[in-house]
Design a protein around this ligand. Structure first.
Ligand SMILES: NC(=O)c1ccc[n+]([C@@H]2O[C@H](COP(=O)([O-])OP(=O)(O)OC[C@H]3O[C@@H](n4cnc5c(N)ncnc54)[C@H](OP(=O)(O)O)[C@@H]3O)[C@@H](O)[C@H]2O)c1
Length: 287
């Protein structure tokens, strides 16, 4: 089976590396050619400049792109060539957008899966991603086999869009939680507690500690906003959540407030920085 990959960003580059090292990657594509060239040199996998050529040349195509527009713009022209092909989209996008594309792929005789991931670039490098999978049952075995080259856990959630809804459940939680961590951290430090003591409460011994607070509180303490997950991506995911809650008519007061905070962080210049930078909104927001 020939496998292709489109999207060599932070995540896609590492996912591609895992597949290439396993001898399972046939062809890559990236919008900015320089990254494809670099990948090709590093891993000895050919690259193409034309997305249609990419799909024609492979049996299974993995996409790892930025957002709704990127996935729609990239996949829509490929739909007429999707007969018999398997497309696995690992990007975090709107379930409704993904379901719309999947329907058209199915009408053309192809198989589309949404396979967003939990885990940062470090997890991707270590093949320890968790994939939340949605799509038809028909090709599940082969899809899981390929994804296991880059993920340690694959959870099948149901039909098209269900992987993405599951991913958004996770990001709603961490988006609100990291904003709450920033609020609590700022409150503690401004009250006169030593940062390392606030760390003990939030990341080590307190009742709300978690793997996320263990990861993010040290970053907040050190003003280390090197990117594990970008503020712009968290803002995007909370926007998708807000849109989807309107579609299914459920309320989302906490995630809408968190969204405003990440928007401000982005406006302050932290779009590419780690979303722990939401702390800066609190720091600068003080009297
Ligand atoms: N980073 C993380 O820790 C993480 C964790 C879990 C999930 N995710 C999700 O995974 C996805 C990718 O994240 P990332 O961190 O790898 O993002 P990234 O580094 O920004 O890479 C985005 C990729 O999408 C491509 N792209 C953007 N717009 C495009 C368009 N209109 N047409 C074609 N290609 C386009 C970019 O190409 P260029 O190189 O040409 O810009 C690049 O290859 C996102 O949906 C994100 O939410 C990320």
């Amino acid at each position: 089976m020939k496998i292709g990959l489109a999207g060599l960003g932070i995540m896609g580059y590492r996912i591609g590396a895992n597949l290439a090292k396993a001898g399972k990657l046939h062809l890559v594509y990236n919008r900015t050619e320089r990254k494809a060239e670099q990948f090709s040199k590093e891993y000895g996998v050919k690259y193409v400049k034309d997305p249609i050529e990419l799909l024609k040349e492979v049996d299974l195509l993995i996409t790892m792109l930025a957002d709704d527009d990127a996935v729609s713009n990239f996949l829509t022209p490929l739909i007429p060539y999707s007969k018999g092909k398997i497309i696995i989209d690992m990007s975090t996008i709107s379930p409704s957008v993904s379901i719309g594309i999947a329907k058209k792929v199915a009408e053309n005789g192809g198989f589309m899966y949404d396979a967003p991931v939990i885990g940062t670039s470090v997890f991707a490098e270590q093949k320890k991603l968790t994939v939340l999978l949605g799509g038809p049952e028909e090709k599940l075995d082969v899809v899981k086999e390929i994804l296991s080259e880059t993920a340690s856990t694959i959870l099948y959630m149901g039909g098209n869009g269900m992987g993405l809804y599951a991913k958004l459940v996770n990001n709603l939680m961490v988006g609100v939680y990291v904003a709450a961590l920033a609020e609590a951290y700022n409150f503690g430090v401004k009250a006169g507690l030593k940062p390392e003591d606030v760390h003990k409460v939030l990341a080590l011994y307190g009742s709300a500690k978690s793997p996320t607070s263990e990861l993010k509180i040290p970053k907040m303490m050190n003003n280390d906003y090197s990117t594990q997950f970008a503020t712009k991506h968290m803002r995007k995911d909370l926007e998708i959540i807000t849109k989807e809650t309107q579609n299914i008519k459920v309320i989302n007061p906490l995630s809408s407030i968190a969204l405003q905070l990440y928007r401000v962080a982005e406006a302050m210049g932290h779009g590419e920085n780690d979303y722990a930078a939401v702390l800066e909104v609190y720091r600068k927001g003080n009297k």
